[in-house]
Structure formats: structure tokens, C-alpha cells
Design a protein around this ligand. Structure first.
Ligand code: AHR
Length: 503
């Protein structure tokens, strides 16, 4: 048995819990849109063809913002193809995923879906095959009240009121050689700066995201951010970070250390952004939009796009099946995002439905929750108020990929209004339970309202359409607090959440 100790105190404030930390992502990729959120023949489909069972799951997941329409898809996308009468919309090749895009769902449908799901849209624009003019066009269509050709077209298409989209991604993964219209850092810096400047001429209050690196493993990581921010600094608010934590390939310890890798990535992006701030003598800070993150079984067959003459509509792509260990990693990654809430101002779990997703559907049939649904839903629901740093003294574990890392990771939130304190933690050990002792005296007398742990004797258990309830977060009977001392035992490969209230 491992043992770790920690202190949580109301003074250890990192920053606010930002609702946008619990964002997600809907891309025209595989079955995320078609037979995912949209399935007109489904028994629960509404008048727009959206599945109500999926909307209900999205609400239960607690997603706040949804990035759209890609992803790699956006870099070849013409947004005008997806507006107006459906019968007149063109079918086009989607080069990113070697598919055919039928354009049955487009911008107006997505905005209606956002209203139904109660989420904020976060739009990505095409800076792969397009540029400043098209960015201005989509901004006009979305955000201008009326009186211009494009805003009047939106009204004619059924949306009298402007969508008032606040957050815009200036392209997607433009550092990646796989991206349609991939750019060098100086090329992208120029285009992003000019696009942002023009968009701000329409509305200076927009929140604009410059593309950062597609992963911390990119050869250009660091220099890309430096070049882009050296030019675009004053025109943008955020730099993006994308990273997927790849399947466990026989090295569970390294996989469970994914949060350690994400933490290093975030801190390096912050350092690069702050170096650009110093060099350019800027006063504002550039924060991070971590707008693609998840576990991804990238080497698995479902991730391979079609080839040759085969350009299917909505093929099965990236339909990863997640196990309990994956869910522990997702919980740990959320802990990591919260721990950096001072600089990570937005994040998107990629993606939402069917494609590397917490929600799965059968075309015309059932929908169900993957294991990763649970830590996300609980964190999104209960993290409130301010994020508190947890001062941890943890035993360490050796990993092949990250060296020596802490076995325990934790973060807390504190809602000063209600007095609720929530402790989120993960035991990354592959084989040992961990006894945790936490000093919570700074809050006065507390009682445990709820303590749940997600783990399983077989960490490779995964949910199916037939069974997504056998392994759920369950009450942790070892959790107890007395005289400001909290204790709990967390099994190996586990994620836990403990909610406290004033006694
Ligand atoms: O989320 C899947 C893909 O991963 C996205 O389209 C792309 O941006 C990233 O490489």
C-alpha cells in the first residue's frame, strides 16, 4: 500500500473554475454528425433531425462549449455549402477524411443544435484553402444583425437574430503537414494576423484563437508558437494546444502518466507565450485554448480513413472503445487542465459523439456512455467556484516515457458561496492502492457529502451498447473526515471525487 499526504486550504487559489474548461468538439468526421448528433430517421429525432437521446446525454455530460466544424475537415470546407435549402446543397469531397460531405447539416443546423443542447458554439474557420475574405463572410453571416447580403441571407434561412459567436479558431492545426493548406510558421503568422485584424474591424470584442502546436511532439513545437505569437500577439487572445494521449501499448505506467505530459506541455506553451510577451513589450497575456485533447487509439484500424475510389458518407472512423484505465487518464487530464486554470481558459474534449467520444450511437438505434463519460460528467457538474492547488507529498513511480512521476495527482475546487469543497484525485499506480491523508483544517469543520471512486479489478473493462452500467463510479466507504483530517484509500488505477460541505 502506498501512502501520500496533502494539504488543501482556501488560500491556495489558482483561479476561477472556467465553464469553458468543459468544452467538447463536433467535427464533420465519420459518424460524429451523421448518425451521431443527426439521424432524421431515429425514433427520438426532432423536427431538425437531431437525436433527442444524444442531446440528453450531452446535457448529462455537462458540456459547455462545442467547437465546430473541424478539425482537419475545416481546412477544405466551404461553409456556404451548408446553408439554404437542403435540396440545393452540393455534395463535396472531404479530403481530410477521404469521405463525401453531403452538407445536410451546416452552420444554421449546428446553431439550432447548440440551442437545444444548451452549449456555446466555438467556430473554426478555414485558413487552409481560404483566407481573410471568407473569414469575414462567415462572421458577417453569423454575427451581423441584418442589412447586409449575408446577414439577410441568414435571416431568410430562418435565423432572425444573429448568432453572436464569441470565440473563433483561426484555422486548425496549420503546423501539421497533414493539414490541407498546411503553412510554415511565418506564412501562418501572417495569415492569422491579417485575418484577426480584419475580424476585429468588424467586432473588436471577438475572442480569437491562433493555432499553436498539434502536439508537444511536433518538431516545430516551441518555435511555431514563438513565430506566430511574435507577429500575431496583439491581434489574438489565445494560442491553441492539441494533444492526444495514445493507447496503452503494453506500458500502462507511462500511459497513466499522461497528465504529467500534458502538464509539461501547458507549462511550456505558457513559457513561450510569456517570452513573446516580454520580447514584444506587450502588457496583456495570451492564454491557452486546449481545444483538442483525449485518449486516442490512433494505431487501431477504425482510425484508418478510406482510400482510393472509396469516398463514403459518414464512414466508421476513429470509433475507439475506452476502458476503465482510459477513463482514469481522462479524469487525470481534467485535473491537469483545472490545475492550470490560471492560463488554460478553454478546453475541448475531442470529440463528442462516436469519434473518439464519450457518447456512442447506433445508426437508428441505441446510444450509450463510454467509461470516459463518468469522470468528465462528475467534474463538469461539481467543479464550482475557485480552483485550489493541492499541496501533495506523493510517492513516485518510474515510467519509461516520463521518468519519475508522482503516483497521486489532485486538485480541489471551492465554492465560497455554498461552502462546498470538492477534491478530485487519481492514483496512477498500476498495482498498489494508495492511502491518502489530507489536511483540510483551513476550511473549519467539514463533513463528507459524497465520495466516489472509478476503478475496476479489470482496468481493461469497457462499456458496450448492451452494458454501460456494470462499472460505474461507486461510493468509497473508506472516505472519512474528522477534526480537519481527511483519509481515504484509493485503489490502483483509480479516479476519485470527494465532496465536502460545512459540518
Ligand atoms: O479529432 C480528430 C483530429 O485530430 C482533428 O480533425 C484534427 O484537428 C486532429 O489532428
Amino acid at each position: 500500500m502506498l501512502s501520500a499526504s496533502a494539504t488543501v486550504d482556501p488560500a491556495f487559489v489558482v483561479g476561477p473554475v472556467r465553464r469553458r474548461t468543459f468544452g467538447s468538439f463536433v467535427e464533420h468526421l465519420g459518424r460524429c454528425v451523421y448518425t451521431g448528433i443527426y439521424d432524421p430517421g431515429h425514433a427520438t429525432a426532432d423536427e431538425d433531425g437531431f437525436r433527442q437521446d444524444v442531446v440528453d446525454l450531452v446535457k448529462e455530460l455537462g458540456v459547455t462549449t462545442v467547437r465546430y466544424p473541424g478539425g482537419n475537415f475545416v481546412s477544405g470546407y466551404r461553409w456556404e455549402d451548408g446553408i439554404g435549402p437542403k435540396s440545393e446543397r452540393p455534395r463535396r469531397l472531404d479530403l481530410a477524411w477521404h469521405s463525401t460531405e453531403p452538407n445536410e447539416v451546416g452552420l444554421d443546423e449546428f446553431m439550432r443544435w447548440c440551442t437545444k443542447a444548451g452549449v456555446e458554439p466555438m467556430m473554426a474557420i478555414n485558413l487552409g484553402t481560404r483566407g481573410v475574405a471568407e473569414a469575414l463572410d462567415i462572421l458577417d453571416y453569423c454575427n451581423i444583425a441584418g442589412g447586409t447580403e449575408l446577414s439577410d441571407k441568414r435571416r431568410k434561412n430562418g435565423a432572425e437574430e444573429p448568432y453572436k459567436v464569441r470565440m473563433w479558431c483561426l484555422g486548425n492545426e496549420m503546423d501539421g503537414p497533414w493539414q490541407t493548406g498546411h503553412k510554415t510558421a511565418p506564412e501562418y503568422a501572417r495569415l492569422a494576423t491579417e485575418t484577426a485584424r480584419a475580424m476585429r474591424q468588424v467586432d473588436p470584442g471577438l475572442e480569437l484563437v491562433a493555432c499553436g502546436s498539434s502536439s508537444s511532439d511536433m518538431d516545430t513545437f516551441g518555435t511555431w508558437e514563438h513565430t506566430v505569437l511574435s507577429e500575431a500577439y496583439e491581434q489574438v487572445d489565445y494560442v491553441s494546444a492539441h494533444e492526444y494521449y495514445y493507447e496503452e501499448d503494453g506500458d500502462l505506467a507511462s500511459f497513466l502518466g499522461s497528465g504529467h505530459k500534458m502538464s509539461n506541455f501547458i507549462e511550456s506553451v505558457v513559457a513561450t507565450a510569456d517570452a513573446a510577451r516580454a520580447a514584444g513589450k506587450h502588457t496583456k497575456r495570451i492564454n491557452i485554448s486546449f481545444d483538442e485533447w483525449n485518449v486516442w487509439y490512433q494505431k487501431a484500424t477504425p482510425s484508418m480513413p478510406p482510400t482510393g475510389d472509396d469516398w463514403p458518407v459518414a464512414p466508421v472512423l476513429l470509433e475507439d472503445t475506452y476502458n476503465v484505465a482510459d477513463a482514469v487518464v481522462v479524469g487525470d487530464l481534467l485535473i491537469t487542465l483545472l490545475r492550470h486554470t490560471d492560463r488554460v481558459h478553454s478546453a475541448s474534449l475531442a470529440q463528442l459523439v462516436n469519434v473518439i467520444a464519450p457518447i456512442m450511437t447506433e445508426p437508428g438505434g441505441r446510444s450509450w456512455k463510454q467509461t470516459t463519460f463518468h469522470p468528465f460528467a462528475l467534474t463538469a457538474r461539481h467543479a464550482r467556484g475557485e480552483v485550489l492547488r493541492v499541496a501533495v507529498q506523493s510517492p513516485t513511480m518510474q515510467t519509461a516515457k516520463h521518468g519519475e512521476i508522482a503516483a497521486l495527482t489532485a486538485v480541489a475546487t471551492h465554492d465560497a458561496e455554498t461552502g462546498e469543497v470538492v477534491l478530485f484525485s487519481a492514483n496512477r499506480s498500476t498495482d498498489e492502492a494508495l492511502e491518502l491523508a489530507v489536511d483540510v483544517r483551513g476550511f473549519g469543520d467539514l463533513r463528507v457529502v459524497e465520495a466516489v471512486t472509478y476503478a475496476n479489478d479489470d482496468p481493461y473493462w469497457h462499456a458496450t451498447a448492451d452494458d454501460d452500467t456494470s462499472v460505474l463510479p461507486v461510493p468509497n466507504a473508506t472516505a472519512a473526515v474528522s477534526g480537519g483530517a481527511f483519509t481515504m484509500t484509493a485503489p490502483a488505477v483509480s479516479w476519485s471525487m470527494v465532496r465536502f460541505a460545512r459540518a
